[in-house]
Design a protein around this ligand. Structure first.
Ligand code: SF4
Length: 346
């Protein structure tokens, strides 16, 4: 592909004039420095990372002191960066590198990706920036540049799309100046091919960029598709007697386990039969109230409340349900939609 050669050359030329060269981890890019900066940058902006990185390096200048440190100490130096699993993995990896690799980061992709918290892209960064080996990386910046340059549709988190991106990233690698090239990719994505305002007129890839020439760059990369979740329906029987309402306690297992709610069934007839049989309600003059919707992580529940105001015929067994004054109900453990329904009822 002729584009690949041009792509790398254009990028390197741009990097020589506009690339970032003063970031603290670029000053002495040992594998340790590259690794630490990559982990810090995974969820955090460069501007925030710089101070944390400098403090961390001052306290843990290399793998060995980090490996020997107490986890609490490592977490204290991470405090404020968030995503603390990164710090715990950092500590574990330092201990493995210290014990199994005599304090030097391994030089193969296979060994690196076996270390806690190191994925293929971070391993690629260590191998290229730290050891000058020829490997691709695919962090968020590179994904954005490549999906735009090749107008690759689909969400990059999708396995097929991601595989395609890795192939493209690999095919574009130059034979020389690999560290500069990788840094250039990161820099272009971070400073020019930005998420919402790419500066295409100043971009060295503009003439071959498919998104720029045929579509709208900000259409790429595509967003994660929203999951469509199923909808379920249920009926509540809201039995009102003066200023009291009837509630039953839900079984301890299942949704809203142990909370107080209106008698509920999936089918209206089933619910009425249940309430007549169990609570001796005389169910007539049913008024259908407006529907409610409650969204769980895995489904959406449409609730159809049925209001009856007739008195119960017989004595209710208090172990299965009870009458409560509306104000007292608010003191009970209630599912969120019951609580909001009561507010509207009031
Ligand atoms: S031309 Fe625009 S969209 Fe294409 S790579 Fe450059 S900045 Fe990104």
């Amino acid at each position: 592909m002729t584009t690949s050669f041009n792509f790398a050359d254009a990028l390197l030329d741009w990097f020589d004039h506009h690339g970032r060269k003063n970031l603290p981890w670029q000053q002495n890019p040992t594998p340790y420095h590259v690794w630490l900066s990559e982990i810090m940058l995974q969820q955090t902006q460069v501007a925030t990372v710089i101070d944390y990185y400098n403090r961390f390096i001052h306290r843990f200048p290399d793998v060995q002191p980090l490996a020997k440190a107490k986890q609490d100490d490592v977490l204290a130096y991470w405090s404020g960066l968030g995503y603390y699993a990164r710090a715990r993995n950092l500590h574990k990896t330092a201990q493995i590198v210290s014990e199994e690799y005599t304090g030097r980061f391994p030089k193969t992709l296979e060994e690196l990706i076996n270390l806690p918290g190191i994925g293929r892209s971070t391993a690629g960064a260590i191998l290229t920036l730290g050891y000058h080996q020829k490997y691709p990386i695919l962090d968020g910046n590179v994904k954005r540049v490549l999906t735009r340059f090749f107008a690759i549709s689909g969400w990059p988190g999708n396995k097929k799309v991601e595989d395609n991106l890795w192939q493209k990233a690999e095919s574009l690698l130059p034979d020389k100046r690999i560290a500069n090239y990788i840094q250039a990719q990161m820099d272009l994505g971070a400073t020019l091919c930005t998420r919402s305002k790419p500066d295409c007129p100043d971009c060295p890839l503009q003439s071959h960029c498919l998104a720029y020439n045929t579509a709208s760059p900000t259409d790429y990369p595509e967003k994660k598709p929203k999951k469509t979740i199923p909808t379920r329906t249920c009926y509540w029987l809201v039995c009102q007697n003066g200023d009291e309402l009837f509630l039953e306690q839900r079984p301890s297992a299942g949704i809203w386990g142990g909370l107080w709610s209106f008698p509920e069934r999936q089918e209206k007839e089933e619910l009425i039969a249940y309430c007549e049989r169990t609570f001796h309600f005389s169910v007539d003059n049913i008024e259908q109230l407006p529907e409610l919707t409650h969204v769980f992580s895995h489904f959406k529940l449409t609730i159809r409340p049925l209001l009856i105001t007739s008195r119960p015929k017989g004595v209710t067994d208090k172990s299965v349900g009870n009458w409560y004054k509306i104000d007292d109900i608010m003191q009970l453990g209630l599912p969120a939609p019951v609580r909001s329904f009561l507010h509207t009822l009031q």
